[in-house]
Design a protein around this ligand. Structure first.
Ligand code: SF4
Ligand code: SF4
Length: 417
């Protein structure tokens, strides 16, 4: 057995905890999870059945933890895991899963399938079966502090541009501010208006905040790859900069996995309690709305709908806050038919949008989102994750649909006094 395969199998063995054992033992193979998955529903390919995506983990569990599995393996009746198995599951776990957790919501046995898919990725990553774009993003994140290779200079030019555009001072490296706002590199490059919009809102609402030029990245390539060591290293950099600036809270920006990572996973990666609270930007904006600190110029009359980012709504529980904010502005807010914690994923999360090999599959999966959007007859789609925003924009363009996609922070800033 070669070393890479051995590493993969040993890592999969290490991933087997009490939850995994109880999940794998209780699956009744009913297949209900299939219809909840956008990759299965849009292709009808049984390989994309959610529980099938954890097969490498199940195989290792059967061979090492069950009586019949151990016996069959010792008698040579069971085929050992091969490199070919891992190569096949690389495509299923990285291209055919956004770790959106919709399947986990419908399983009658309460199995958190996404939890196990995340563990499968750890095994695949240890064996080197990770899409090249994610591997490269991980390297850049470690070297430059940004998966896109951005530096402090890139941040400073985006800040200057936004100060000129919006006319508000954007604080950088302010020690003792109440909030440190993280940014995703995608926002800095593709949607820098998030920064200018935030400056406008925070200036009116008198929020004490800062950005950090030393480490601003909210996304975590280790999580996307399934490499806990990299995930811990990058989470540690957020912790270090927040401690250095002595902030009370960290704001997770419009990025899905960044929020669940810094809020819930980081303490586990770092094996310590974080010395600050974490809020998603929409949670904070909704608090400001409640306190009457956001004043709206006039209501927006065009029809608006909201796309729930999976990590923020289903996995993060931030469901009402964006709706409160949109309803404050939009006179005609129309929900999609499946929304909130049963929303359909845009198809770009979990690193899928960065993985070129998955483009065709992602576009197929987008059919569900496009159908949902058409049914609302809304001209404007608001969301609160820049990866969702990019995936929506690209998917709509491919389908020659003309809806306007906006980040929620920008939508609020546009309609303020
Ligand atoms: S829905 Fe649950 S019990 Fe049924 S096949 Fe999927 S994981 Fe197994
Ligand atoms: S987590 Fe989402 S994408 Fe992955 S298998 Fe489940 S429903 Fe499909």
């Amino acid at each position: 057995m070669n070393t890479a395969l051995e590493n993969g199998i040993e890592t999969l063995k290490d991933q087997i905890d009490a939850r995994v054992v109880s999940y794998l033992s209780s699956c009744v193979q009913c297949g209900i999870c299939a219809e909840a998955c956008h990759f299965y529903t849009s292709t009808k390919d049984p390989r994309y059945t959610p529980i099938n995506k954890v097969e490498p983990l199940r195989k290792v569990w059967v061979q090492t933890h069950t009586f019949w599995g151990k016996l069959a393996t010792s008698l040579g009746l069971r085929k050992p895991m091969s490199e070919g198995d891992l190569a096949n599951w690389e495509e299923l776990a990285y291209d055919g899963c956004t770790v959106c957790s919709r399947c986990s919501m419908v399983c009658p046995m309460g199995i958190d399938i996404a939890y196990m898919i995340r563990k499968v990725k750890e095994g695949l990553a240890a064996a080197g079966f990770v899409p090249k774009e994610l591997q490269e993003a991980g390297k850049r994140a470690l070297e430059f502090g940004s998966p896109m290779g951005l530096t402090a200079k890139s941040l400073h030019s985006a800040v200057t541009e936004q100060e000129n555009e919006y006319g508000y001072k954007i604080p950088v490296d302010v020690e003792g501010a109440d909030y440190l706002c993280l940014l995703s590199s995608n926002e800095v490059v593709s949607y820098p208006e998030f920064i200018g919009s935030l400056a406008k809102i925070f200036s009116q609402a008198k929020v004490s905040w800062t950005l950090s030029s030393e480490y601003f990245e909210a996304t975590n390539s280790g999580v996307q790859m399934g490499n806990s060591k990299i995930a811990a290293e990058l989470s540690g950099r957020v912790l270090a900069v927040a401690e250095k600036l002595k902030v009370k809270s960290v704001i997770s920006p419009e990025c899905g996995h960044a929020y669940t990572t810094i809020r819930w996973d980081a303490p586990n990666f770092l094996q310590r309690k974080l010395p600050f609270s974490v809020v998603h930007v929409t949670e904070l904006l909704d608090q400001l709305r409640e306190q009457g600190r956001i004043k709206i110029k006039q209501r927006f009359s065009d029809r608006v709908t909201y796309h729930d980012p999976c990590n923020i709504s289903r996995r993060g529980g931030v469901i009402n806050q964006p709706r409160n904010l949109i309803s404050m502005i939009a006179a005609d807010f129309k929900e999609m038919d499946d929304h909130g914690n049963m929303n359909w994923c845009c198809g770009g999360g979990g690193g899928v949008s960065a993985n070129e090999r998955a483009d065709g599959l992602r576009q197929k999966a987008f059919n569900i989102k496009a159908r949902q959007i058409r049914k609302t007859h809304a001209d404007n789609i608001i969301t609160s994750c820049s990866v969702c925003r990019m995936t929506l924009e690209e998917g709509l363009e491919n389908k020659e649909m003309t809806q306007n996609v906006l980040g929620i922070t920008e939508f609020i800033a546009m309609h303020m006094e």
